[in-house]
Design a protein. Structure first.
Length: 185
């Protein structure tokens, strides 16, 4: 019996951060211009930024609803069981959620816990440290409650990216989930 080897790419939070910053820098003026235009901004993120991040990481992207995720990055499609015109990833390398309204992000963090992926990323927006801290505490409790195998800080990593804007300058804040909770990277 022939054994199938699944090709999985493990991306660290720092690798994602570097690729994300490169991708965003290519469209920085559009990010600022569309910041308050939710529909157009989301299209920029899903259709331009995410594919560029995937390219930087050597992965493919599916940037439409994938089992209710906003986007996934993957290394290989399952072509043995599915038609090549469809996207059925053998494994999800990165599960992605993008949410404009931070008030809805607890739902997104909860959803990300349902997927077995080596990296899960939430991108949202918060203008100051106190808001970021409040939500990171909330996310930590959700993740801890879902960590039934005690492997989220090591095998199923979490990255939260907060964007903020002031005087037409966008700043990105990156937090990786570690055994001690979220830490700035």
């Amino acid at each position: 019996m022939e054994q199938t080897i699944i090709y999985m790419v493990h991306i660290t939070p720092n690798q994602f951060k570097d690729a994300f910053l490169k991708a965003v820098s290519l469209v920085e003026s559009q990010v600022v211009e569309l910041w308050d235009e939710k529909r157009d901004y989301t299209a920029l993120v899903l259709d331009i930024i995410f594919p560029e991040v995937a390219k930087q990481l050597g992965l493919s992207v599916y940037n439409a609803n994938y089992y209710y995720l906003d986007s996934i990055f993957y290394a290989e499609k399952d072509l043995e069981h599915f038609n090549s015109t469809n996207t059925y990833a053998k494994c999800i390398s990165i599960a992605m959620e993008h949410e404009h309204d931070i008030r809805g992000t607890a739902v997104e963090v909860n959803k990300l816990q349902l997927f077995n992926a080596p990296l899960k990323v939430l991108i949202t927006y918060a203008q100051n440290d106190s808001i970021r801290s409040f939500y990171l505490d909330r996310y930590t409790k959700i993740i801890q409650g879902a960590d039934i195998f005690s492997d989220i800080a090591t095998l199923r990593r979490q990255l939260v990216i907060f964007g903020s804007v002031a005087d037409d300058v966008v700043t990105w804040h990156f937090y990786a989930y570690e055994p001690t909770g979220f830490q700035v990277i």
